[in-house]
Design a protein around this ligand. Structure first.
Ligand SMILES: *[C@@H]1O[C@H](CO)[C@@H](O)[C@H](O)[C@H]1NC(C)=O
Ligand SMILES: *[C@@H]1O[C@H](CO)[C@@H](O)[C@H](O)[C@H]1NC(C)=O
Ligand SMILES: *[C@@H]1O[C@H](CO)[C@@H](O)[C@H](O)[C@H]1NC(C)=O
Length: 238
């Protein structure tokens, strides 16, 4: 016999679902900001899901440094003095969604391996937010983000980039919503670079060295916020 659900039943079901969600997304955060740390502390429990080591004086991130934190979803190493990140530093982490290495001294974007002896890099799924703002990055390796199907936000502002090479965003680039390249030394966006960024909503490219408005921008069919605006493109009048 059919029995209609009462409001009480709905409330019970809802509470059970809420409880399940809370249990499955338990966050364990380790934070140690402004503590003059020179290395990643050994007392961090392996269960952590978030690590925040902002404003310390780390200079390098050694081999497999974060590998034991298999449930890690977010790591912030902002405002340290990092010049070097081992390719295996984050190896084996399958759940990382956010990586911030902003405000460091990196000369290039570290090629981070996802698992041992694999061509897959860590920026590929499931990483969604990457922040490399304010480093010394001069060159983007073509293809670096070509397979990053989950990448939503990429911040590369205040670096030393001069060229955006064709191929840096491949067919996977359709996931990208936010891209900041402001305050670099960009003078060229190669033909084809933005061809796959069909869902990009926000693009920040002000304070660069373009002599003319990069025509690639006209390929961004979903753009909602764009800087510089078309009409204010007279940074370097001829
Ligand atoms: C990661 O989370 C799962 C599920 O909550 C748990 O069983 C496992 O022990 C955790 N891993 C570590 C290293 O804490
Ligand atoms: C992207 O995936 C293709 C096909 O699997 C592979 O050949 C290529 O090397 C990958 N690119 C990067 C940068 O890992
Ligand atoms: C890029 O495209 C423009 C317009 O279609 C064309 O004039 C220019 O020659 C192309 N540049 C290269 C390097 O292919």
């Amino acid at each position: 016999m059919l029995r209609t659900f009462s409001t009480d039943d709905f409330v019970k079901v809802w509470l059970i679902l809420l409880l399940l969600c809370t249990l499955s997304t338990k966050q364990i955060t380790f934070e140690k900001e402004k503590s003059k740390l020179t290395s990643v502390p050994s007392e961090i429990p392996s269960e952590v899901t978030k690590i925040n080591l902002k404003e310390n004086i780390l200079t390098s991130i050694p081999d497999r440094c974060f590998s034991r934190f298999t449930n890690l979803t977010s790591v912030s190493l902002d405002k340290n003095k990092i010049t070097d990140v081992s390719t295996t530093a984050f190896q084996g982490l399958a759940k990382v969604k956010e990586i911030s290495l902003a405000n460091n001294l990196l000369p290039s974007i570290p090629a981070l391996e996802s698992v041992e002896n694999s061509l897959v890099n860590l920026y590929e799924s499931p990483v969604q937010n990457i922040d490399f703002s304010n480093n010394k990055i001069a060159v983007l390796n073509p293809g670096l983000f070509e397979n990053c199907t989950k990448l939503v936000s990429l911040k590369l502002e205040s670096n030393q980039l001069t060229v955006l090479p064709d191929g840096v965003f491949g067919p996977a680039g359709t996931s990208l919503r936010y891209l900041s390249l402001k305050s670099n030394k960009l003078n060229t966006v190669e033909n084809g670079t933005f061809a796959y960024l069909t869902n990009l909503h926000e693009l920040y490219m002000e304070n660069n060295q373009f002599k003319e408005f990069p025509m690639e921008i006209s390929k961004l069919v979903s753009i909602r916020k764009l800087f510089p605006r078309m009409e204010s493109n007279n940074q370097h009048p001829r």
